[in-house]
Design a protein around this ligand. Sequence first.
Ligand code: PMV
Length: 352
Amino acid sequence: MENLVTAIGTPNIALVKYWGKRDVGLNLPYNSSLSMTLDESLNTKTSVLVSDRLQSDTIYIDGAQQKFDDAKEEKFALLAEVLNYMREAASSSSKVMIVSRNSFPSSAGLASSASGAATLVFALNEAFGLGLGQRELVIIARRISGSSCRGLMGGFVRWERGELPDGTDSYATQVADNAHWPEVVDLIALVSAEKKRISSSEGHRRTPSTSELFKVRPEIAERFAGMASRAIGQRDFQTLGEIIIKDSNNMHATMLDSYPPIMYLNDASRRIIYAIHDLNASEGRIVGAYTFDAGPNAHIITLKNDIPKIKAALQGIASEEKIIVAGQGSGPRVLDESESLIGKDPFGQIKM
Ligand code: PMV
């Protein structure tokens, strides 16, 4: 067997967050979450070569070879499990070479692992010719990185908490595609490219087991997820914006309440929070709604017409070249062979 596939995928930004796993092995969340899949302004490209001529499985991310059995990086061990599962499903014994590249810094709260995992699962399905449906791919991606399961489809996506212990009812579905409300965009203000001190895997464990505030978080987030879905259906930015802001602050409060505390926001993040509230107060409406993942970089959800107002409000905090505006995307897709990150001649050569 020999097949070379290249795919492109994108991060998704949670508008109502997932934080805390009720089952660590299966990546099952305590609450449903809701996200927006971004367009290709930020992207992951992944080439997968499946070939009997390869001696072993290898994986390169952003130019560096990674070890599948690296104990410090649980995600790679999970990735190996997923790879073996898909290989078996294809009744194949071929080894694979995976080359993946992010167009943005990884481990800085820009959802690089979510983008990477969604793109990889999508690419493996194509490379092994498995023809798995979206629901199966969602459940496979969820195993590597919970939030990645929302990135297999475009527009607004809800990841269902589910009830079953085996996780078969914890999957993602599209709330609305990217044509429903295309005016909604994510203005990302990069305030740091530093790798986070506490991995999200560690945070997902620490917060539920140590935070008193977390006792009420799942119920609040579940309610927010329902309200946000309805606001999206009605294209009601005022309601959606308020939920986005409150949910981000609620999640970060439980992080700070963890023991030892987890703090992903920095001074620049806090200045952005104040600047956005000042702007919203002076306009008498929600112009921008900020949300932060496990990092200090701000995602400001806004409507296209208001981008200049947000940029003006951020002056002196994030310069123009540190701002990326991403619209909504439609999920991963296969790229042309000419875009491959793996050269064919000589065999297996990586284009760096
Ligand atoms: O899927 P993980 O383990 O990378 O966790 C992501 C958690 C947040 O980004 C903070 C929130 C979310 O729902 O994406």
